[in-house]
Design a protein around this ligand. Structure first.
Ligand SMILES: *[C@@H]1O[C@H](CO)[C@@H](O)[C@H](O)[C@H]1NC(C)=O
Ligand SMILES: *[C@@H]1O[C@H](CO)[C@@H](O)[C@H](O)[C@H]1NC(C)=O
Ligand SMILES: *[C@@H]1O[C@H](CO)[C@@H](O)[C@H](O)[C@H]1NC(C)=O
Ligand SMILES: *[C@@H]1O[C@H](CO)[C@@H](O)[C@H](O)[C@H]1NC(C)=O
Ligand SMILES: *[C@@H]1O[C@H](CO)[C@@H](O)[C@H](O)[C@H]1NC(C)=O
Ligand SMILES: *[C@@H]1O[C@H](CO)[C@@H](O)[C@H](O)[C@H]1NC(C)=O
Length: 254
């Protein structure tokens, strides 16, 4: 799902505020006055980076080159896919919308975005004199969850392959150092005092690849950056939890 918003400079200044209000939107595309497109997605979701010729001419036989931060090769197409130079970061995660090429649309999809994918992308269609280059900024942000103090909250986490994780090793941490829950084939009792007796796994869900936790009786001090890490898979998910006094269902903006 994409939402396109055309913004004035004043609105750009309000962007951080607006973004907070759009948190429930899974993918958002903004265009600023200078042709820069900004795509914002929540970590773990798929991102479509837009790139289209204004003429809508068929680009099926053209060279299409996607780069990140000026150097990393994301995707190269020249009548066929040329993946040999592709940066490891993007292996198996990037695809063109093949049927769109004939309409001049060279947009790509990046699956399972990571925070690390954030950056400046360019899409180049064609070569030399005839080339067209399009700048796109991708912002991958952590999932943000707000909860009213005293209520319980579920922090969701699943590895990409939603396989059985009963025998796996994963760690929930807060702000990079506080142990919230450690699991290694069984739940280990090492937890920070702050969470003592308030955190639980959904044990019957582990077989479905669900490593989510529930925190009961939330306190304001629970607010912070949580990570759910699978060290053996090199996968980490980020969640920003905000516990406050006044949140209710309609209060979507901070
Ligand atoms: C290009 O294709 C993508 C994927 O189907 C679509 O989301 C996007 O709107 C298309 N862009 C244009 C300009 O048609
Ligand atoms: C073609 O792309 C190159 C590399 O990005 C750029 O330096 C050059 O100005 C472009 N040429 C035209 C005619 O836009
Ligand atoms: C994990 O299981 C809990 C409890 O059944 C459920 O609320 C949550 O949505 C599940 N999360 C995922 C990522 O499947
Ligand atoms: C959290 O509360 C639920 C009931 O609301 C209870 O089933 C669960 O055991 C509690 N978790 C902990 C760790 O106390
Ligand atoms: C979470 O991490 C971000 C970026 O590292 C930082 O700017 C922010 O202050 C942290 N939030 C909390 C509540 O600790
Ligand atoms: C783990 O992933 C990060 C970011 O995707 C990458 O920079 C790093 O090289 C990876 N480490 C291993 C051991 O694969």
């Amino acid at each position: 799902m994409l939402l396109t918003v055309h913004m004035s400079p004043v609105e750009m200044e309000l962007l951080p505020l607006l973004c907070l209000c759009l948190l429930t939107v899974s993918g958002t595309t903004f265009a600023d006055g200078n042709n820069l497109q900004i795509v914002k997605v929540t970590e773990g979701s798929d991102a479509t980076l837009p790139c289209s010729t204004s003429t809508e001419e068929d680009v099926t036989s053209k060279r299409i080159e996607w780069r990140k931060d000026g150097q990393k090769e994301v995707f190269l197409y020249e009548g066929e896919l040329l993946l040999s130079g592709q940066d490891q970061q993007f292996t198996g995660r990037v695809s063109l919308y093949t049927s769109e090429l004939q309409h001049g649309n060279a947009s790509i999809e990046i699956k399972n975005t990571e925070l690390f994918d954030s950056g400046d992308y360019t899409c180049e269609i064609g070569k030399l004199q005839t080339n067209q280059s399009f700048p796109i900024q991708l912002l991958v942000v952590p999932l943000i969850i707000k909860v009213k103090e005293g209520n319980s909250v579920i922090l969701p986490c699943s590895p990409r392959s939603k396989k059985d994780i009963k025998e796996d090793h994963f760690e929930w941490k807060k702000d990079g150092h506080m142990d919230v829950l450690l699991y290694e084939g069984t739940e280990l009792g090492i937890r920070d005092d702050q969470f003592h007796g308030r955190v639980s796994l959904f044990k019957d869900q582990l077989k479905n690849g669900n490593a989510s936790i529930k925190i009961n009786n939330t306190k304001e001090a629970d607010s912070g950056n949580y990570t759910c890490e699978f060290p053996d898979r090199n996968e980490t998910l980020h969640i920003l939890l905000v516990v406050g006094e006044y949140f209710d269902k309609t209060a979507d903006c901070l």
